[in-house]
Design a protein around this ligand. Structure first.
Ligand code: DX5
Ligand code: ZN
Length: 217
């Protein structure tokens, strides 16, 4: 079954600890942290200190999405804060392979993210260094945007490129009960969702509605 990674970007940060505990009991497979620097993306969110402070609250996988320019020298901050997966953006790195190697050397899974305008073929030289590909289905920077249907073709192309390898596909942005089935049938293994999970009281029902959008038993 597809895995669900709630993005705490949509949480009320005054109740972050409570939300993380609720997402854990609601059946989240991991917690997605959107780190934004105000340069690579127009928004600023939070840094490694916030991740470190909530690490003791759950054993869930911490999936850290770095939307920051030239992340290389900052990767250690996030591994030390307790990240399990660290994603860097192809558009933000001058030496992507060196940064992916560094992530693995710190004991984390390494992932590359592709903006909507970045081609699937960008990952071809990186395959030996990747555990995950994060395909953005909105322009990064803000939650609550509309899923870009044209990214479905990219998901299918990435699926073909990674065939036979131990690499998973994560899709991030505009995932809801209508778009989840499209992303799943195109090849998504993990769905990130902020608005669709956290903007509602019943996190368990919201997570289930993305795992099994048709409600079939
Ligand atoms: C966008 C972030 C996403 C975002 C998802 O830059 O990477 O993780 O928070 O939020 P929704 O699900 O609201 O599109
Ligand atoms: Zn994200």
């Amino acid at each position: 079954m597809v895995k669900i990674a709630p993005s705490i970007l949509s949480a009320n940060f005054a109740n972050l600890a409570e939300d993380i505990k609720l997402l854990d009991v609601a059946g989240a497979d991991m917690i997605h942290f959107d780190v934004m620097d105000g340069c690579f993306v127009p928004n600023i969110s939070f840094g490694a200190g916030v991740i470190k402070s909530v690490r003791p609250l759950t054993n869930l996988i911490f999936d850290v999405h770095l939307m920051i320019n030239e992340p290389h020298d900052k990767i250690t901050w996030f591994s030390e804060a307790g990240a399990d997966i660290i994603t860097i953006h192809a558009e933000a790195c001058s030496d992507i392979i060196a940064s992916l190697k560094k992530i693995r050397s710190l004991g984390c899974k390494a992932a590359i993210s592709l903006n909507p305008s970045t081609s699937a073929e960008t990952i071809i030289p990186l395959l030996d260094y990747l555990d995950m590909v994060l395909i953005m289905s909105v322009n990064p920077g803000f939650g609550g945007q509309k899923f870009m249907n044209e990214q479905l073709a990219k998901i299918r192309t990435v699926k073909k490129i990674i065939a036979g390898r131990d690499i998973v596909i994560e899709v991030d942005g505009g995932i809801n009960k209508d778009t989840a089935p499209l992303a799943i049938s195109a090849g998504a293994d993990i769905l990130v969702a902020g608005t669709a999970i956290l903007n509602g009281d019943d996190y368990q029902a919201n997570i289930k509605s993305l795992q099994n959008p048709t409600g079939e038993k």
